[in-house]
Design a protein around this ligand. Structure first.
Ligand code: ATP
Ligand code: MG
Length: 290
């Protein structure tokens, strides 16, 4: 349970962000920008649910290689923004550019193929499948076989299935739960389930890993291990978008932080500046926090 490093073998995640495209998926290439260049740009995103303006004119840029934090009070629109980025909800207005190309009302599958993976605030695992199988499901986004064909097990797909299985085991090791590979997901502790969700997200070979409250329900030890894991993911070249209410974790981990309040971005800067911003203190942090 020591997070992403140290490792004896090469990281199963290193180099993913440099991939020019995803030949196996048959989707168009989404070449990564250079480190420090804009990876994802959201322009004037709007989203309304009935009478609730969940997102209002939200613009932000996430640069390749950074850990970007998204914070704000309950109901501020953080998860909604994830849902718009990942194609779960159509947006009402604005645009999202990823690797310089527009994600136009893309489906979750297209977004995944483009290189964005996410975890869910409310854990979404297949509880009656093993940890390994849960990661293998994520991996199928990147392969020819698809889940149904893989289950039919034609000869050509058996080798691919073995490779997927090996890859799943590498990722379980990477997130620190290799010893739970054969356990049903529902038998894992809360913290381990959150790690398993990260492994499954990494199995899609993302350039951007979006985590929605990954530390929720974790104890201090688990949170420290999670921090190591997120740092490891970034050191391996991926970009991380992190929603989290654990302010200490966010401020200690993120390169830049954006703050949403009632669907509007009220701040975006390095942690020290955000922490001292009177608007942020009033809306979210409260006096004496941080
Ligand atoms: N599917 C939906 N249908 C209707 N309203 C929704 C839906 N999803 C979100 N909302 C509303 O949009 C607003 C933003 O919700 P969202 O879940 O994005 O907030 P959040 O910042 O993630 O909050 P939390 O920190 O509690 O997770 C809230 O008022 C919420 O009730
Ligand atoms: Mg949320």
């Amino acid at each position: 349970m020591t997070g992403a490093s140290p490792r004896a073998s090469p990281s199963p995640v290193a180099g993913l962000a440099q991939t020019a495209g995803h030949g196996a998926s048959g989707h168009p290439p989404w070449a990564s920008p250079a480190p420090g260049e804009v990876l994802l740009e959201a322009r004037n995103i709007g989203k309304r649910f009935g009478g609730v303006q969940a997102l209002k004119d939200v613009s932000l840029t996430i640069r390749h290689g950074e850990i970007y934090g998204l914070i704000g009070p309950n109901g501020a629109g953080k998860t909604t923004l994830f849902n718009v980025f990942t194609g779960l909800y159509p947006r009402d207005g604005g645009m999202v550019l990823f690797c310089g190309a527009p994600l136009n009302m893309a489906s979750p599958h297209m977004v995944s193929a483009a290189g964005i993976a996410r975890t869910f605030q409310n854990i979404r695992l297949f509880g009656n499948m093993t940890a390994r199988e849960n990661v293998m499901v994520g991996r199928h986004v990147r392969t020819h076989a698809g889940v149904i064909k893989a289950m039919l097990r034609t000869p050509g797909e058996r080798a691919e299935e073995a490779a997927i299985r090996r890859r799943a085991d590498e990722l379980l090791h990477y997130v620190g739960i290799a010893d739970r590979a054969d356990d049903l997901a529902r038998h894992l502790s809360y913290g381990d389930q959150r790690r398993l969700e990260i492994a499954r997200a990494l199995a899609t070979e993302p350039k951007l890993l979006a985590l929605d409250e990954p530390a929720a329900g974790m104890n201090a030890t688990e949170t420290a291990a999670l921090r190591g894991l997120i740092e490891g993911v970034r050191n391996d070249g991926l970009t991380v978008l992190l929603i989290e209410h654990d302010v200490k974790l966010v401020m200690g981990l993120c390169d830049r932080v954006a703050v949403l309040d009632y669907g509007e971005k009220i701040a975006e800067d390095v942690p020290d500046v955000v922490r001292a911003d009177p608007k942020v203190i009033e809306a979210y942090l409260g006096a004496g926090t941080g």
